[in-house]
Ligand binder design. Structure first.
Ligand code: FAD
Length: 332
């Protein structure tokens, strides 16, 4: 992932798409068809496959990662959580990931198993089948580096508005999390992906905070802001509550106006997320500009947003040549 980001032409924005493994084989078939369409139309720089807390989706996550990486040829980031998981499961997963050609891992602590999504509840951060060895994600980052050297490119999570656990149960605080983020990076992380948010100003403040952090380890590291298209009013309320993302009053007002009409909520939601992207782009933060989308395996809203905000990369000449054959004008 970091090599692909570094290789982008200057100023070219990029995006990534996240998917979770379906439960049934029919679900897999449908998702594979959707993934193929989305990959062709949107050209994400990479895709992510989520991991059920405690390894609850291990087999299916690896199956989906294999489809993405091997069958569809997409650079794939496999999420991997370390709490409530035995070291054996971690070892087997990393070996299988290697076998199927995965080079990128998003290392996460994980929460207790709860539901399909993970934008959810805090946990005590210590319980684990293998004892306290993997109490926080820094232990997993160290473990992967020790065992696999530089084979895997490792990403870690960050929270623009603070992790829901925060310094105290009532108080999320990005400043409280900052020193732990620095430690995760010092332990070997290569890039950062963020929790979802809807307040662009808070994100811009956060990215500047990382860039100016005194140790300097965050000054140039790729940071990919996470965004979730708005699928419905009730879901938005639930997701923001669980993730701790705030909804600025000017955004909430627009949604409140249409909250009884699902289609209108989606339309306004596309406007809102697109505006968040444009605002971040306009802030002229340093480094390549990318955006990560929590798709929830849905296609429409994210496609509109990516298209509207010009995040679909142009087909470069080498690719065009592959499709259309070489340009004969210049041939000898
Ligand atoms: P950590 O970095 O360990 O931090 C967790 C909390 O503990 C933070 O508040 C941090 O400040 C604090 N902390 C860290 N180290 C210490 C320390 N030494 N002492 C005291 N406090 C400390 N979950 C899944 O189950 N599956 C997924 O696929 C998944 N994907 C995700 C993708 C993204 C981009 C994000 C942002 C989150 C994802 N999650 C996923 C959720 C994640 O597992 C939870 O947010 C989890 O609670 C924290 O994980 P972490 O890796 O950030 O943990």
């Amino acid at each position: 992932v970091v090599n692909k980001i570094a290789a982008l032409p200057p100023g070219e924005p990029y995006h990534s798409l996240e998917f979770f493994p379906p439960k049934t084989s029919m679900g897999f078939q449908n998702l594979q068809a959707r993934l193929e369409r989305m990959a062709r139309a949107l050209r994400p720089l990479f895709v992510n496959v989520t991991w059920g807390a405690g390894g609850s989706t291990a087999t299916k996550s690896l199956q989906l990662a294999e489809i993405c990486q091997r069958q569809l040829g997409l650079t794939t980031v496999l999420h991997l959580t370390c709490t409530n998981t035995s070291q054996t499961v971690l070892d087997e997963t990393l070996e299988t990931a290697k076998e199927i050609g995965i080079r990128n891992i998003l290392a996460l602590r994980g929460d207790p198993p709860r539901s399909d999504d993970y934008h959810n509840t805090p946990c005590d951060g210590t319980s684990n089948g293998a004892g306290k060895e993997f109490g926080y994600v820094i232990d997993l980052v160290r473990y992967i580096r020790e065992k696999y050297g530089d084979y895997f490119c490792i990403g870690v999570a960050a929270y623009p508005e603070g992790h829901v656990e925060g310094a105290s149960p009532e108080k999320q605080d990005p400043l409280f999390d900052l020193s732990f983020l620095v430690e995760k990076v010092k332990a070997g992380a290569d890039f950062i992906m963020t929790q979802l948010f809807y307040d662009a100003d808070k994100y811009i403040w956060f990215e500047k905070l990382l860039r100016e952090e005194p140790s300097g380890v965050l000054s140039e590291l790729p940071v990919v802001p996470g965004l979730m298209p708005i699928q419905s009013y009730s879901m938005l309320k639930r997701i923001t509550k669980l993730s701790g993302a705030s909804l600025p009053a000017y955004i909430l007002r627009r949604l409140d106006d249409v909250k009884g009409d699902d289609e209108a909520v989606k339309r306004v939601g596309i406007d809102i997320v697109s505006e968040v992207i444009e605002k971040i782009k306009a802030a002229n933060l340093s480094g390549p500009r990318g955006f990560h989308f929590y798709t929830l395996n849905l296609e429409k809203a994210v496609s509109f947003i990516v298209e509207r905000t010009n995040l679909i990369p142009p087909l470069h000449e080498s690719v065009l040549e592959e499709i259309e054959g070489p340009d004969m004008n210049g041939a000898a």
